[in-house]
Design a protein around this ligand. Structure first.
Ligand code: NI
Length: 229
């Protein structure tokens, strides 16, 4: 499932992020330093040094934004979140070819292993600031090309093959992270998300009824059956 989270960051947050990432002293390093052997062959971008004060300042801002977004919780059912990372694509280091992210990654910032069930990209540059740079996700319905307004995010299954199209002008800035979900299966998470969204709509239309109460019970009992904590 692909899910678009609109205006995940407020304009003030986005402004703050951009001041840090656009500054001359932002510590951008070769993105290959954090890639596995297969990915390193197709990866040519830059990443913000994880151990820098800039990264330490930006991580909580992204995490707070995710945590206040109810759609994020409903879709990802997070158990653990990998510390957000930041990348930049420019014509000098323009692309990341097709790859699948490592299944289990070690997050140095908080010293934990995270299974990458769900991937998240938060766009930090406006689409007209750069040419190219579409996140291309190869899913069962064919390739999906994603290029969102700054401050918006996309969630997609960690199991999917994906790439970033070459940037030919300007700079594409983004934060990316992974979520280990309480519900490992994408299919099961999707069913729970559908049920949750339809319940929300039923409540908006009819208020609380004995049917919505019963269906909420079904939601929780499915979650109980499928979730591990
Ligand atoms: Ni990736």
């Amino acid at each position: 499932m692909l899910l678009h989270l609109k205006q995940l960051l407020t304009s003030e947050e986005l402004h703050q992020v951009r001041q840090i990432l656009d500054a001359a002293d932002a510590p951008w390093i070769d993105g290959r330093s954090s890639a596995g052997a297969q990915a390193a062959q197709v990866k040519n971008n830059e990443q913000l040094a994880q151990n820098s004060p800039q990264a330490a300042q930006l991580r909580p801002l992204i995490l707070r934004a995710l945590q206040r977004e109810p759609l994020f919780f409903s879709a990802a059912l997070p158990r653990k979140i990998y510390n957000p990372l930041f990348n930049r694509y420019r014509p000098e280091a323009p692309t990341y070819g097709p790859h699948i992210d490592g299944a289990v990654l070690h997050s140095h910032a908080d010293d934990q292993w995270v299974r990458t069930d769900v991937s998240c990209t938060v766009f930090l540059a406006e689409p007209d600031e750069y040419d190219g740079g579409e996140l291309t996700i190869h899913d069962t319905f064919g390739p999906q090309r994603v290029k969102l307004p700054a401050g918006d995010a996309v969630l997609y299954p960690g199991t999917s093959l994906h790439s970033v199209a070459p940037v030919t002008r300007g700079a594409r800035l983004a934060s990316f992270l992974w979520i280990e979900s309480m519900v490992r299966s994408d299919e099961q998470r999707r069913l729970l998300f559908e049920l949750d969204m339809q319940l929300l709509r039923l409540r908006q239309q009819h208020g609380e009824t004995s049917e919505t109460t019963a269906l909420t019970g079904v939601y929780h009992n499915l979650l109980r059956m499928w979730a591990s904590t």
